[in-house]
Design a protein around this ligand. Structure first.
Ligand code: 5GP
Length: 236
């Protein structure tokens, strides 16, 4: 019997007959500001399922193994079961979001090198920023695992930037999550406009969840545009 293992703000996670495989179902729910703002956006689950699949396939083909196995329905995909590390790894190329308040530079400022940050996945604490000492004391990851996550995050940044350049998109920042499987660190979770900031290079138009956070409207239209630029509009 398949069981609901975990329900998050945007996804449900189910067991499957195979103990090494989980089924992820992407929901239409959108939340922001640690769940304070909520809405249902019809079609978002399907778009994020397809977009995440495209990004994970793109990365796997370029040497970044990840948990994605295959899409099994418009809103569902199978993934490898892993021991998740409770950290959000954020990579930033330009100033936006919470970085504006932290370092005082204006939105859109191009950073001289990517900034990588670790946040503690803890809703009750509001996902605080952690440094390596916090992570060591809390035993969330070993030093080697942190190094590996940073290395993979930088490679993912290079590859996503290559795609973004070709598609006339500015990749402002994004969030990754990792897990361990057989002693190896693997990229997991989701890569979608819910977890990245994308700006159209020509028009400056926002093509990500900031449309929801800032009440700009046409949220799923923007997600559809990202799917189009990933070359993925085919049916499953
Ligand atoms: P910021 O720290 O500026 O709010 O977020 C930086 C980047 O990481 C953005 O692309 C944002 O979408 C992503 N991000 C940070 N925290 C979360 C989170 O808890 N959930 C999701 N979906 N994305 C996040």
């Amino acid at each position: 019997m398949e069981q609901l293992l975990y329900e998050g703000k945007a996804k449900q996670l189910f067991t499957t007959e195979d103990p090494n495989v989980l089924r992820v179902k992407y929901k239409d729910d959108a939340t922001a500001f640690n769940g304070e703002k909520k809405a249902k956006l019809e079609g978002k689950g399907e778009l994020n399922n397809r977009i995440t699949a495209k990004f994970f396939q793109y990365l796997a083909e370029r040497g970044i193994p990840n948990h994605f196995i295959k899409v099994i329905s418009p809103t569902e995909q199978l993934v490898k079961k892993m021991n998740m590390i409770p950290l959000e790894v954020v990579v930033r190329n330009r100033v936006a979001g919470s970085l504006i308040k932290r370092i005082g530079l204006s939105e859109g400022f191009k950073l001289s090198q990517p900034i990588i940050e670790f946040y503690y996945k803890q809703d009750e604490l509001g996902d605080p920023l952690l440094n390596q000492d916090h992570i060591a004391v809390l035993e969330l990851a070993t030093e080697e695992q942190l190094m590996e996550m940073k290395k993979i995050a930088k490679q993912v940044n290079l590859l996503l930037n290559e795609w973004a350049e070709q598609q006339h998109i500015i990749l402002v920042d994004f969030k990754l999550e990792f897990g361990s499987l057989d002693g190896k660190i693997l990229l997991a979770d989701e890569i979608s406009p819910d977890t990245c900031r994308f700006w159209d290079k020509q028009s400056g138009e926002i093509l990500d969840k900031d449309r929801f956070r800032k009440d700009l409207g046409q949220v799923t239209d923007a997600y559809q545009e990202i799917l189009l630029r990933l070359g993925g509009n085919e049916d499953v």
